[in-house]
Design a protein around this ligand. Sequence first.
Ligand code: NDP
Length: 386
Amino acid sequence: MTSAPSADAPRSVTILGATGSVGASTVDLITRSPERFTVEAVTANKDAERLAAIARQLGARTAAVADEAAYPALKAALSGSGIEAAGGAEAVVEAAARPAEWVMGAIVGAAGLRPILTAIRRGAMVAFANKECLVCAGELMMAEVRQHGATLLPVDSEHNAIFQVFQPGAKVRRLILTASGGPFREWSREQMAAATPAQAVAHPNWSMGAKISVDSATLMNKGLELIEASHLFAMPEDQIEIVVHPQSVIHSLVDYADGSVLAQLGVPDMRVPIAYTLAWPERMETPCAALDLAKIARLDFRQPDPERFPALRLTRECLRQGGSAATVLNAANEVAVAAFLEGRIGFLDIERIVEATLAMIPAQAVATLDEVFAIDAEARRHAAAL
Ligand code: NDP
């Protein structure tokens, strides 16, 4: 962890993935407190029009799209604004390299790994939403965080909750990650076999991007979060429990050795955890509703069903195996979810493809990021063929 920033000077920020769901919540919070922030860079993949509007709204210095084909549209949309436009995957990495004190990592998928590592390597404060990066290269990434004295501020509501109640050095019995259970919480396997993309992305509690919404429906999201929590809080797999909590009011808990269990509660609105990272180590106001406990009246908890949701077993196995296993799992899942969203495979094919890809590539030790990228590419090839 690095030293706390000055409370007076505006914080300079960069938003990687500014056009997405987490990006939009971040933009909303910054817009509401313009005196607190200056914006260095904003990035997207291909949504040039939206990115240009965000860059103008926030007065960003630069805007970059990863997809080179979107660059002419970005350049045209920013013409006369004085905001620099850039295109290509390298331009997004360069945006992350610019000297913002705080960087939001809200790109979806392992595509965020190079930009996030770039911010980490210059010791930035990284608000970390892009869980696929930690799943894909967790050990190497955490080593880079330690080496460069960067600060990782977890954005995922569960990890943000744990971060808020985590006492470093204290004896922890276990971490308890809560899960809403997703839109198919009560569905049978037969019903899930016929699930459409529209049904899978209709999350009961959270409004999110398409990929994470499908991950929530398979419960792969909770599995990815298990791996993420293990790296962020240096906790072994058997000390992380998952409990289904349909109301999404308790965002996660830490069970300490003395029997005290600390939890963080709040309305299910991503602006709450994002604001915690934006203002860290202070707190800032948000427009989020106050928690009305009397109206909520009851909180329910139950064990997740491993038979209906095999993603939980797969992710636990990968975490126990270590090495490249989670890299393969993540890559295969990204490919399968994209195919499902395009209507090319059924919902239950996602887990089948992930499991089959894992069987094709035995877990091996990974020592460098190049090895991670090679395994990621190999897993994507196998998954795409399946
Ligand atoms: P979205 O799909 O809504 O947004 C993804 C963002 O990443 C967009 O800005 C998109 O640009 C950009 N992007 C996509 N591909 C690339 C690429 N190859 N290179 C550079 N940029 C790219 O995702 P979410 O906001 O829902 O999720 C972002 C991350 O945060 C994910 O890892 C997710 O798991 C995590 N997360 C999300 C939560 C949520 O509430 N949404 C909660 C907790 C974690 P474009 O618009 O041009 O496609």
